[in-house]
Design a binder for this molecule. Structure first.
Ligand code: APR
Length: 258
């Protein structure tokens, strides 16, 4: 049986499913990935800093204009592109399977835009909007406008520096997202599929390992090898944009025949 048919079969038979997604899913929308070929983190900034230092909580504190220079680059890239058929295929699978969840590291908001139900979407690195003021907490939903004005964006109410609700380097993960992830992990998943992630964080690897150890089905969709390659049952070497719509096709056609 072809890898894609094995994944389709596992999803059809499963109740509880988790898609773990990373920058590779949005690479097909034209957004840069962070690591690997052409990744954002491979280089240093014009100031000679590793990008992880520029996009860190301490840098936003110490030099908001510098941090916002690189936040704005991410913001412009996300606002300048859109969700793709891979995001929409996942959203459709979530419609077909009421206990299908998404754990995403992406901050582009494309899963929501593609129709994934927010109550079954865990955005573990937050998202780019709405901005909020670090000093008074006032929200400001107008990211696009701020990117056209001098940075850093300042709060209209108190003049404090605005920031996006993303997890910057050296910052804690959002508590609500972590609580939701562990609540769902405690219930267990029948199937976990990692799509377009280098699996650089323990909270991304752990759901795969726990599901495998509990006898569930695990797979990865990625053109290259990652730290998960030897942990999953099925490796489907391919681009998300090519694989996910085909996977959805296998599943919906089977349902029709049933
Ligand atoms: N389809 C599927 N996978 C792809 C594609 C594609 N078209 N193009 C690239 N990939 C894969 C790469 O092979 C790589 O394994 O996507 C992965 C991207 O890895 P990263 O750039 O490390 O992105 P990600 O895993 O999401 O990074 C996690 O690191 O710094 C943080 O906040 C940042 O959310 C990000 C997190």
């Amino acid at each position: 049986m072809q890898p894609i048919e094995r994944i389709a079969q596992a999803i059809l038979q499963a109740e509880r499913i988790l898609f773990i997604t990373g920058a590779g899913l949005s690479a097909d929308s034209g957004l840069p990935t962070y690591r690997g070929l052409g990744g954002l983190y491979n280089g240093h900034t014009a100031e000679g800093l590793p990008i992880e230092a520029a996009l860190s909580g301490p840098m936003l504190q110490r030099d908001p204009a510098l941090c916002w220079k690189y936040l704005a680059e991410l913001g412009r890239a996300c606002l300048g592109a859109q969700a793709n058929e891979g995001h929409r295929a996942i959203a459709e699978l979530q419609r077909l399977k009421p206990q299908c969840w998404v754990l995403t590291q992406n901050i582009d908001g494309y899963h929501r835009a593609a129709g994934s139900p927010p109550e079954r979407l865990i955005e573990i690195h937050g998202e780019l909007a709405p901005l909020y003021c670090r000093s008074c907490g006032q929200e400001d939903a107008e990211l696009a406008g701020h990117l056209e004005r001098p940075l850093p964006p300042l709060c209209r109410a108190c003049g404090g520096v605005l920031r996006p609700p993303v997890v910057l380097f050296e910052e804690m993960l959002p508590e609500a997202a972590i609580d939701s992830l562990y609540a769902e992990l405690r219930k267990g998943f029948d199937v976990v599929i990692a799509v377009g992630t280098s699996a650089s964080f323990p909270y991304i690897v752990e759901p795969v390992l726990r599901t495998r150890q509990a006898g569930g089905f695990t797979a990865q969709i990625n053109p290259t090898r990652t730290d998960l390659s030897d942990a999953v049952e099925v490796n489907l070497q391919g681009r998300a944009l090519d694989v996910l719509p085909e996977l959805l096709g296998h599943i919906s056609s089977h349902r029709i025949c049933k």
